[in-house]
Design a protein around this ligand. Structure first.
Ligand code: ATP
Length: 301
């Protein structure tokens, strides 16, 4: 399978802040990838490097086979939606829609019109007076109607209501099915977006902690809960990412296959084992447990 994006040993320092620390992963062409992790994990930093708007301190980035930085033919293949998009003060929706095709060779007026209608974006209100959710809608119109081979959506949801988010999901899935493209999508609304993702990339404190097929990541994630002694006994050999102890009870979130011996022991010890959601998995990777640092190495890609 061809990779649309290759991030190879990328580091980005801002003074003493290590926003990215030796990050490597690839994004297969025509996949939808969820870029997940806590605040400050490095998602926006890596996305702006993919978008050619920033350069790594060291390492290599390739988008559609080329370093995107100041490379016009590659930049023409990228649509980048971020939450702090700025527009000239006097701009209204029609101004934005009129210039958008100049930057997007595959621009679809039909799709733009469908999105404007579905999001109910007011045509006459100056862009700077739009609500937070309406501003997000404008950015999504630009991002999706561009039909760019590489579409980067950094927190596209801010302020979007639940109906608008569902509409956005439907159009994203339908249109990227009809017009295949590679999508990298960062969000904190993880469970709501999980069904969109073919793959997930989880970052924490500037490092990559998981790069996996999304179904495999969800299927291998679990939560064990029971008395603290029993859960500790069961998790000695397991890939525990985070634990939570309340009174004499403990829950442990982890990842990896649970063998039949452990399942039998869980029954004897009355420990409940359930599947963890993607959101629980991301929270566990970001937890400040001593255990998470050591054991999650197993899952690092
Ligand atoms: N221009 C900059 N100067 C200094 N530090 C920066 C700069 N840009 C980012 N950082 C720092 O780099 C780290 C990663 O930031 P980044 O915006 O990539 O995180 P994020 O995962 O997108 O977070 P969030 O989910 O909160 O949007 C943070 O500690 C941030 O403060």
């Amino acid at each position: 399978m061809t990779n649309a994006i290759e991030i190879d040993s990328v580091t980005r320092h801002f003074g003493r802040v290590h926003a990215l620390d030796n990050v490597s992963f690839t994004v297969p062409e025509h996949s939808i990838v969820g870029l997940l992790g806590r605040n400050g994990a490095g998602k926006t930093t890596v996305m702006s490097i993919m978008a050619g708007q920033d350069r790594p301190t060291s390492g290599r980035v390739q988008v559609a086979g080329h370093d995107p930085f100041e490379h016009a033919p590659t930049l023409a293949q990228i649509s980048y939606v971020r939450d702090n998009q700025r527009y000239p003060d006097d701009y209204r929706l029609h101004h934005v829609l009129r210039i958008a095709p100049d930057f997007a060779p595959n621009w679809s007026e039909e799709l733009a019109a469908e999105l404007v209608d579905g999001f109910r974006i007011p045509a006459k209100t100056p862009i700077k007076k739009l609500s937070r959710g309406q501003l997000s809608s404008v950015a999504i119109v630009l991002g999706l109607a561009a039909r760019a081979p590489v579409t980067l959506l950094d927190e596209p949801y801010l302020g979007l209501d639940v109906t608008a988010r569902a509409f956005f999901h439907r159009v994203l899935l339908r249109d990227s099915g009809e017009h295949p493209r590679t999508v990298v999508f960062s969000t904190h609304l993880i469970d709501e977006s999980a069904s969109l993702f073919d793959r997930v990339v989880i970052m924490d404190a500037g490092r990559l902690v998981l790069n996996a097929d999304s179904d495999e990541a969800s299927e291998s994630a679990w939560v064990m809960s029971g008395t603290t002694d029993a859960v500790r006994q069961l998790t000695t050999a397991a890939n525990v990412l985070s634990t939570n102890v309340v009174g004499g009870l403990m829950s442990a979130t982890g990842s990896g296959v649970i063998d039949s011996g452990t399942l039998d022991l869980a029954e004897d010890l009355r420990v409940q084992i359930s599947r963890a959601s993607l959101q629980q998995l991301v929270a566990a990777y970001g937890a400040d447990d001593a255990e998470s640092d050591t054991i999650s190495e197993v899952r690092r890609a």
